[in-house]
Design a protein around this ligand. Structure first.
Ligand SMILES: Cc1cc2nc3c(=O)[nH]c(=O)nc-3n(C[C@H](O)[C@H](O)[C@H](O)COP(=O)(O)OP(=O)(O)OC[C@H]3O[C@@H](n4cnc5c(N)ncnc54)[C@H](O)[C@@H]3O)c2cc1C
Length: 421
């Protein structure tokens, strides 16, 4: 079976989305469920084309997240699984560590809170560093205090995703590229109830229509990233939250100046904002990225600044949560807009952490688009969110650190699939 083959007419379980979460889930299911047929449908002509290969590549240790939340639990668990997996598979993972640097006295309380959170979440090796100790870890960084996380690592999540894909196929699963899911119909037992028209699913609870034919299935898991709200609503899922796409732009440090950063240098994040702030990250190939910015985008694939898709923009503008969010965070939105449009502004922000950095040191870098779920009330959904609609399970919010947590999220989803089987 080739990845370019159209989907089969029937499968026991269908996984939608060939990013790191869909692939991790498919791999987990095929490892647990012997003798059943599982296929994965991906709309693009290659795997991991979206968020998975447009991230900072940081394997987070679990410092930031509310103790007891899914993000806290699954990040710590997922990071350990990710390290073991990469070691076993020979995927380069660099345990380069992270410094969260306070540059102003007003940030010290928040640094304390982060340290407490990290300890409550079971992050190992955390250490408080005084201002003068910063240079021993990051010689070019400067601040009045820092939190050091030696466990924080970097990896190429695209390579991990391809590892998951080949494990899944070795276990008997099939992958079908260029197979975009365009509609889902449910059988008599499902939430859509009572469909009797052509293509009635019979013993199967679902009919999943794709560009290249329909698949009847007993169960389905949707890991559609930036399209996850649309896919959930196709299956009768709740109207909210909706995905609001946030474009993250990066700069990169010029070759020859990369020695400015050894590992990861982060600011103390603003607890009122969902993202971690522009940081400096040395990736596994030695490139040092600065960013990402966070600007509401005009398209769910706005890799180019200014890209607009009418359908995406209309959905963002029509969602009341977008306006309530902007109303609450207009100051931060303005700041992010400035950083997105002006490399000098982003460099100035990064230079608070690494003072030797100037605009002469940077080149344009890559970009990514984050799938961030936003409620009707304008609140950003902070935790990972799953929704079940009859025989389907939907990942409705999987922002960072979902790539780090992918193997732990997959295990949770597989538990639910088995519980509902
Ligand atoms: C700028 C940026 C920086 C980040 N940094 C980090 C980090 O350092 N560490 C970390 O842990 N996380 C990070 N993240 C978050 C992380 O990348 C995501 O949480 C993770 O990749 C989500 O994986 P996914 O499989 O859900 O989504 P995706 O990788 O987006 O995959 C979803 C897949 O579903 C497919 N799909 C969508 N609709 C359909 C359809 N109708 N039919 C079939 N297929 C469909 C898409 O084509 C896509 O391949 C970052 C994200 C961004 C954007």
């Amino acid at each position: 079976m080739d990845r370019t083959d159209p989907p089969p007419p029937e499968a026991d379980i269908v996984v939608v989305g060939g990013g790191i979460l869909g692939l991790a889930t498919a791999r987990e299911l095929v490892g647990r469920e012997a003798g059943i047929s599982i296929c994965l449908l991906e709309s693009e002509s290659r795997l991991a084309a979206h968020q998975t290969t447009h991230s900072s590549g940081v394997v987070h240790a679990g410092i930031y997240y509310e103790p007891g939340s899914l993000r806290a639990r699954l990040c710590v668990d997922g990071a350990a699984r990710m390290r073991d997996y990469c070691r076993a598979r020979g995927i380069p993972l660099s345990r380069s560590g992270k410094l969260i640097v306070a540059t102003d006295r007003s940030e010290l309380d928040r640094l304390d809170q982060l340290e407490q959170r990290g300890r409550a979440n079971g992050v190992s090796g955390l250490a408080r560093i005084a201002g003068e100790g910063i240079k021993e870890i990051e010689p070019a960084a400067s601040g009045i205090a820092a939190l050091h996380s030696p466990e924080t690592s970097v990896v190429d999540f695209g390579e991990v995703a391809l590892g998951f894909a080949s494990d899944f196929e070795s276990g008997g699963g099939t992958i079908h590229l260029a197979s975009r899911v365009s509609a889902v119909r449910t059988g008599p037992g499902g939430p859509g109830g009572g469909s009797t028209g052509p293509g009635h699913p019979g013993n199967h609870a679902l009919v999943i229509e794709t560009d290249r034919g329909a698949v009847k299935a007993r169960r389905a898991v949707f890991c559609g990233g930036l399209q996850s709200d649309r896919l959930a609503r196709m299956c009768g899922g709740s109207a909210g939250p909706r995905i609001v796409p946030f474009r993250g732009g990066y700069l990169r440090i010029k070759p020859g100046r990369e020695s400015l950063v050894r590992g990861n240098v982060y600011p103390v994040p603003d607890p009122g904002l969902p993202f971690l702030g522009a940081h400096l990250t040395r990736t596994t190939d030695g490139t040092v990225l600065i960013g990402p910015t966070a600007m509401i985008a005009g398209a769910r694939d706005a890799y180019r600044l200014g890209r607009i898709r009418r359908h995406d923009l209309a959905d963002t503008v029509a969602w009341p949560g977008t306006w309530r969010l902007l109303g609450r965070h207009w100051r931060a939105a303005g700041h992010e807009l400035r950083n997105s449009l002006s490399p000098a502004s982003l460099v100035r922000e990064a230079a608070r952490l690494v003072p030797g950095l100037t605009t002469a040191d940077v080149l344009p870098g890559p970009s990514g688009v984050r799938a961030q779920a936003v409620g009707r009330d304008g609140r950003l959904v902070e935790d990972f969110l799953l929704e079940e609609t009859g025989p389907s399970i939907h990942v409705r919010n999987a922002p960072s650190p979902a790539a780090t947590s992918s193997m732990a999220i997959a295990s949770l989803i597989a538990d639910r699939v088995q519980a509902g089987a």
